[in-house]
Design a protein around this ligand. Structure first.
Ligand code: GTP
Ligand code: ZN
Length: 209
C-alpha cells in the first residue's frame, strides 16, 4: 500500500530556553494503520542519507515532562540534531510502545509494584514491544527517501525498516538522558538490546534473514 503526501507547510518551532528553528510539517494519506502520524522536515536539504529519527509518542514524557522515561529529552535532542544534519523526525503515534496510554499507565502501576517495563507489558497480556514500523517506511517512501541514517539506540527500528525496503546505512545513537527517576527503566532497555550507554558509536545495521 502506498501512502501519499497530504499537506506540507512551514512550522516555526520556538522553545522557552531560546532555541528555535523552522520545520516543515508533513501529513499523509493512506498510512496502513489509519493513524495521524506526521513528519517534520528539518535543517538543510541533503542529497543522500538524511538523518531520521523515528520518535514513538509518549504523552507523559514528550508533553508533560515526566522523568519516568527519557522521551522528552530525546525528542528535544533529536529536533536539534536533525535540524543540524538535515533530515526528518517522524512522530509516530505508538504511545506506550504500541499498547496505548491507559495501558501504559497500568504498566507503570505494575512497575511501581516491582516488575520491569517489559515484564509489566507481558503481565497485562501484551507483547514486550508491540511497535510495527510499516507506517514509517511508507512515510519515507512518500517523502522520496530510500536511504537513511537512523538516530536511535534501538536496533529493532533499523532491522524493521531495512526489512521494509529502506536502506538504513547506520544507527546513530542518541545521548543518554539518565536520572534517578528513569535509571531502572533505562537499565531494563539495555538488558533488552538497546544501545544506551554506547554514545558516540555508529552501529552498522544487520538484517536478520
Ligand atoms: N508499555 C510501556 N511503554 C513505555 C514505558 N515507558 C515508555 N514507554 C513508551 O515507549 C516508547 C519509547 O520507547 P523507548 O523504549 O523509550 O525507546 P525506543 O523508541 O525503543 O528507542 P530510541 O529510538 O533509542 O528512543 C514511547 O511510546 C513511550 O510511550 C513503559 O514503562 N511501558
Ligand atoms: Zn516516555
Amino acid at each position: 500500500m502506498t501512502a501519499t503526501l497530504r499537506t506540507d507547510l512551514e512550522l516555526p518551532l520556538r522553545f522557552t530556553d531560546g532555541w528555535s528553528t523552522t520545520a516543515r510539517v508533513v501529513s499523509f494519506d493512506g498510512l496502513v494503520d489509519g493513524r495521524e502520524h506526521v513528519a517534520l522536515r528539518l535543517g538543510p536539504a541533503v542529497r543522500r542519507e538524511p538523518l531520521v529519527r523515528l520518535h514513538s509518542e509518549c504523552l507523559t514524557g514528550d508533553v508533560f515532562g515526566s522523568a519516568r522515561c527519557d522521551c522528552g529529552p530525546q525528542l528535544r535532542e533529536s529536533l536539534e540534531r536533525v535540524a543540524e544534519a538535515g533530515g526528518y523526525l517522524l512522530y509516530l503515534r505508538q504511545e506506550g510502545r504500541g499498547i496505548g496510554l491507559s495501558a501504559k499507565l497500568d504498566a507503570y502501576a505494575l512497575q511501581d509494584a516491582g516488575l520491569d517495563t517489559y515484564e509489566a507489558n507481558v503481565a497485562l497480556g501484551y507483547g514486550e514491544d508491540e511497535r510495527d514500523y510499516t507506517v514509517a517506511a511508507q512515510m519515507l517512501q512518500a517523502l522520496g527517501e530510500r536511504r537513511v541514517a537512523l538516530l536511535t539506540n534501538n536496533p529493532d527500528k533499523g532491522r524493521q525498516l531495512a526489512a521494509l525496503g529502506i536502506d538504513v546505512t547506520r544507527l546513530v545513537p542518541t545521548g543518554v538522558h539518565r536520572s534517578a527517576s528513569n535509571a531502572r527503566y533505562l537499565a531494563a532497555k539495555v538488558r533488552h538490546g538497546h544501545l544506551n550507554g554506547h554514545e558516540g558509536a555508529s552501529v552498522p545495521v544487520t538484517v536478520q534473514a
